[in-house]
Design a protein around this ligand. Structure first.
Ligand SMILES: NC(=O)c1ccc[n+]([C@@H]2O[C@H](COP(=O)([O-])OP(=O)(O)OC[C@H]3O[C@@H](n4cnc5c(N)ncnc54)[C@H](OP(=O)(O)O)[C@@H]3O)[C@@H](O)[C@H]2O)c1
Length: 254
């Protein structure tokens, strides 16, 4: 099976490229030699690579920056998905695409199911939901994976931020009123393999098991790393001045 990974230099994309290369014939493209916002560029990479499956791990992923850069955020996360679907559909190429827990408003208190109503509270979530709609509209062969709170060995993520800060700051303040499912990118790769091999299609929530707050997560990260001289103080989200609102509860039911 030949797989084209788009966004292969990103946090998730780099693990997908590495992990899937052990089992399949995998090529990667990213910003620099490919631009998902350009229909022509999408057609070119699909034609050139001639894949059986395209995995789209691109994204405008800075949630706060999306609020001030709506045009680019929607170009990458929403309209680009139409470009990709239109490039793949004539050859019936399957698309694996990633969306987010942030398509939900966080008002539930039990895990969100795939068929729960989406109602994003920020522009990032709105753009990702719009991307989902483009995919459903223009592709008949897709695996849409909603995942959450990713961390991996490459790229910027919460685990790295906490460990980096702990080198210089001995008192950290972390919110304890947002709950989600921290998810390891390596485990997403395993789920992608399983979904592709099983020839599945449709919408899937894929996260690691269990849930916690960002505060709980920070405490565990320091504990696992054996860092005992950093104190973590739980705070509420309204203490932070961030551009984008976050859902308070975005746990996904796998
Ligand atoms: N991170 C999370 O916690 C999380 C949670 C839920 C869902 N997701 C979704 O999972 C996917 C992967 O996330 P990630 O955290 O691995 O993202 P990431 O590390 O930010 O990587 C995204 C990649 O997309 C590339 N890209 C951006 N604009 C592009 C364009 N116009 N054309 C081609 N490539 C472009 C980026 O290149 P540059 O670096 O050069 O811009 C980067 O290599 C995204 O769809 C995201 O929405 C992520």
């Amino acid at each position: 099976m030949k797989i084209l990974v788009l966004g292969h230099r990103g946090m998730l994309g780099s693990d997908l490229l590495g992990r899937l290369s052990a089992c399949y014939d995998v090529v990667g493209k990213d910003f620099g030699n490919f631009d998902i916002t350009r229909a022509e560029s999408c057609r070119e990479v699909v034609l050139e690579s001639n894949p059986d499956v395209v995995i789209n791990a691109t994204g405008y992923t800075d949630v706060d920056a999306c609020e001030g850069n709506m045009e680019q955020c929607f170009a990458v996360n929403a309209s680009a998905i139409k470009n990709l679907a239109l490039a793949c559909e004539p050859e019936s190429i399957k698309i694996v695409h990633f969306s987010t827990d942030y398509v939900f408003d966080g008002q539930k208190s039990t895990p969100y199911r795939e068929d729960d109503t989406c109602c994003p509270v920020n522009l990032y979530g709105q753009s990702k939901l719009s991307g989902e709609e483009e995919l459903r509209r223009h592709s008949k062969h897709f695996i849409l994976i909603r995942t959450a709170w990713l961390y991996g060995k490459n790229g910027k993520n919460f685990v790295k931020t906490i460990l980096e800060k702990s080198k210089t700051v001995k008192r950290l303040e972390v919110v304890d009123d947002q709950k989600g499912c921290p998810t390891y990118t390596w485990d997403i790769c395993e789920a992608v393999k399983w979904l592709i091999n099983g020839n599945h299609t449709g919408v899937f929530h894929v996260t690691n098991a269990g849930c916690c707050s960002w505060y709980d997560f920070a405490v565990k990260i320091l504990e696992y790393e054996g860092i005992a001289d950093v104190h973590v103080k739980p705070i509420k989200s309204d203490r932070l001045t961030r551009h984008a609102k976050r859902p308070l509860y975005s746990v996904l039911s796998n």
